[in-house]
Design a binder for this molecule. Structure first.
Ligand SMILES: [Zn+2]
Length: 71
């Protein structure tokens, strides 16, 4: 896999959205390419931040229930 192709697939790779062959190919390139390695680190940080935000704590439920007026 060349650099441009790998760079394009890094976001999907960081989300584990590639099939096994694709993920393997990106992995092989990232292992030898410092540019992609640092890009991937950036995507990983973003992915982590986003998934943290998508996990609401139990304290949000009362306010959601109050807002939509169920119960
Ligand atoms: Zn690269």
């Amino acid at each position: 896999m060349n650099h441009d192709a790998a760079l394009e697939l890094l976001p999907l790779f960081s989300l584990h959205a590639l099939d096994e062959a694709g993920a393997r190919a990106v992995e092989v390139h990232v292992a030898v390419c410092p540019v992609c390695r640092s890009e991937l680190a950036g995507y990983a940080a973003v992915t982590e931040a986003l998934s943290g935000e998508l996990e609401p704590g139990p304290e949000v439920w009362p306010s959601i229930v109050a807002r939509i007026g169920v119960v």
